[in-house]
Design a protein around this ligand. Structure first.
Ligand code: SAM
Ligand code: SF4
Length: 326
């Protein structure tokens, strides 16, 4: 079992398959001419499988594949198939642009829930956020997944003055469509031009929804990062991931493996532990895993407290989101 010094059991591993992506979301990627990590420095399929097995032997029950965009990796199918054989719940977070090419692989690996990022329901705004004209591809892939009975969660990063005016459009969308829309508070990462006044908080989301809909809180699961709500009569539901205004660190069970094989014990940790080099040198990685999690800070990587309003992004030391794996 992997435990930290605050007695939190860590049984959820998020593996980034790549820091490459076919979209260019401005809040995630530092700049347009960003240099992706060369393939030789990325974990190879057998290395991912070997590390994943070690984590599973230590009690990991859930693995989420992320990135960058996990489905742009040429060997994504091979990796998904091999992890699909492990005794864990396998999940994926994707921008949804390649789902139509990967559907049989996702099904065969027994992936049942898929998180898709979609920050806007407007094609023009999608182009502004992602700098790529793939809105209709993503929308049709969401329909494809629902048609094939996948549970679909939509991740929407809400930024003040950019897409907060669409919150109730997303809620209206859930009237007949059985998706869970998860509004994510905008988080600071290296190079993403975060400022506290762009955060649209949990309370602000609820205030906006409350102007048009009545809604009820729903009890989440033990290690949930999201606060869940239902609108009576709607086929779908909504949730808010309130990392900035109401962090959920006290029940954290998450570890992150970057695409270049570094273990991060928190999304906001400035330190990381190089598992891939140790593995390639034939060293035992297990003590490194336990030491990394033992050194985990109580909250938010020890870098800031729950009062984000006075936070200066420049004081936080971290990778960009695309190189961590969200
Ligand atoms: N490419 C995939 C995708 O877009 O879903 C997976 C990787 S992406 C880094 C994972 C999630 O992180 C996405 O839902 C994205 O919206 C979210 N994300 C990226 N940058 C963020 C930020 N600055 N604040 C909040 N969420 C962010
Ligand atoms: Fe790519 Fe996902 Fe980051 Fe957008 S949020 S740039 S789709 S990795």
């Amino acid at each position: 079992m992997i435990k930290d010094s605050f007695n939190r059991v860590h049984d959820y591993l998020r593996i980034s398959l790549t820091d490459n992506c076919n979209l260019r979301c401005f809040y995630c990627m530092p700049e347009e001419d960003y240099d992706f990590t060369p393939a030789s420095r990325l974990m190879q399929p057998i290395e991912i499988e070997t590390l994943a097995k070690i984590f599973v032997e230590q009690g990991v029950k859930k693995i989420r594949l992320t990135g960058g965009e996990p489905l742009v990796r040429k060997d994504a199918a091979q990796i998904i198939s091999s992890l699909g054989k492990l005794p864990v719940e396998l999940a994926i977070t994707t921008n949804g642009t390649r789902i139509h090419e990967m559907l049989p692989v996702l099904k065969a690996a027994n992936i049942r829930t898929i998180n898709i990022s979609l920050d806007t329901l407007q094609p023009d705004k999608f182009l502004l956020v992602t700098r790529r004209d793939l809105f209709h591809q993503v929308r049709s892939n969401i329909e494809l997944l629902l048609h094939h009975n996948f549970k679909v969660k939509i991740n929407a990063v809400v930024m003040k003055g950019f897409n907060d005016d669409e919150i109730n459009d997303f809620i209206a969308w859930t009237t007949h469509i059985p998706v869970q829309v998860r509004f994510i508070e905008f988080m600071p990462f290296s190079g993403n031009r975060w400022t506290s006044n762009k955060v649209f908080s949990l309370n602000e989301v609820l205030e906006v929804v409350g102007k048009q809909y009545s809604f009820l809180p729903v009890l989440g699961e033990a290690n949930d990062t999201a606060k869940h709500f239902t609108v009576p009569g709607h086929a779908g539901s909504f949730a808010v991931i309130s990392t900035m205004s109401a962090p959920f660190c006290s029940t954290c069970n998450r570890m992150r493996l970057t695409a270049d094989g570094k273990l991060k014990n928190c999304l906001f940790s400035d330190g990381e532990t190089d598992l891939l080099t140790a593995l390639r040198n034939g060293d035992d990685v297990l003590p490194l895993i336990h030491a990394s999690i033992q050194s985990k800070a109580k909250a938010l990587g020890g870098q800031f407290s729950g009062t984000f309003e006075k936070l200066e992004a420049a004081t936080i030391h971290n990778r960009s989101m695309i190189t961590i794996g969200g």
